[in-house]
Design a protein around this ligand. Structure first.
Ligand code: C5P
Length: 301
């Protein structure tokens, strides 16, 4: 009996520039991802049939059917290599569910890498990235980690240089937000407006390359934030609480509703986290730094 465990990071989008809706319903993006040190672990073991289980404080909210990205990843790899996806996938979940931190995508990338190792498939990095892109727009980034610019749907990645460690505080909200619903709200708010082509900000890329938190704070942006706030107005209170507590900046992470606060250093992050916990404007608070490595096999046969 063999077992493989893969550890996969969460992400925060330090820039999310969103273009107009495309004919296929997706949006062209300039999406600057930074992987941060909150992780899910996906463990895969041989089984009679495909099965998904999940543990963790939010496990009850994770669908365990074949729609789960981890299950879809196992099925996609098995189909490609002409075998049956007869595995038990166990997810130890620490990334917020439906939080805008790519928790589902992390599980997809993790399951893919774990099944590849368990089955000895030997798929190339390119093949794995191709399957990731089929599974979802954010899944390729979960595989590679670090920092990257994603264009197209966000799945076409270019690795970015990062010159230091950035310290973050994440405030988890009392409920989730659906990514498609946030994009629909973006379209509604954009009706009649001229939406420019999404482009990565030079200032932001320079700030990342220098590892300069003040410059990064001045350059972060999220075009989905007005849509997330429109669907979840209370997030404005969380953003205000984090900024009052001394964050260099606060923003909605991806499609939300997790809010992300950049701190000058680790000690400042702990102080901001304490203040956010006391503010009563969020469900829970975590600190994490980035960049973090992408999906990594941590135990193998
Ligand atoms: O690619 P993924 O399955 O993660 O996307 C989830 C949903 O988010 C899509 O169905 C779409 O509604 C929206 N989306 C989008 N444009 C993107 C990425 C996602 O409209 N570039």
């Amino acid at each position: 009996m063999s077992v493989v465990t893969v550890r996969v990071p969460a992400k925060v989008n330090v820039q999310l520039a969103v273009g107009a809706a495309r004919p296929d319903g997706f949006h062209d993006l300039a999406n600057v991802f930074l992987a941060v040190g909150l992780h899910d672990e996906v463990t895969v073991t041989p089984a009679d049939a495909l099965r998904v289980t999940c543990e963790g404080p939010e496990a009850a909210q994770v669908p365990l059917d074949r729609g789960n990205l981890a299950a879809r990843a196992a099925i996609a790899l098995a189909e490609r290599y002409g075998r049956t996806p007869d595995v038990h996938l166990h997810i130890a979940k620490d990334i917020p569910v439906a939080g805008g931190m790519a928790g589902g995508s992390a599980d997809g990338a993790g399951a893919l890498l774990a099944c590849d190792a368990l089955w000895g498939t030997g798929a190339s990095r390119e093949e794995l990235l191709e399957i990731c892109a089929e599974l979802g727009s954010d899944v390729p980034f979960s595989l590679v980690g670090g920092a990257a610019l994603g264009v197209g749907r966000g799945e076409q990645l270019t690795a970015l240089e990062v010159g230091g460690i950035f310290h973050w505080v994440f405030a988890m909200a009392g409920r989730g937000l659906s990514t498609p619903a946030v994009f629909r709200e973006f379209d509604r708010l954009a009706e009649g407006l001229d939406i420019p082509e999404p482009v990565a900000s030079r200032e932001l890329l320079d700030a990342l390359a220098k590892g300069d938190p003040d410059a990064l704070a001045a350059a972060v942006s999220n075009d989905l934030q007005p849509a997330a706030l429109s669907l979840f107005p209370e997030l404005a209170d969380t953003l205000a609480a984090g900024e009052t507590a001394g964050a260099l900046t606060g923003l909605v992470s991806g499609s939300g509703p997790t809010t992300a606060f950049l701190a000058r250093d680790a000690a400042a992050a702990e102080r901001i986290a304490e203040a956010l916990r006391a503010s009563g404007t969020c469900r829970s608070v975590r600190t994490a730094s980035g960049p973090a490595p992408g999906a990594t096999v941590v135990s193998a046969p």
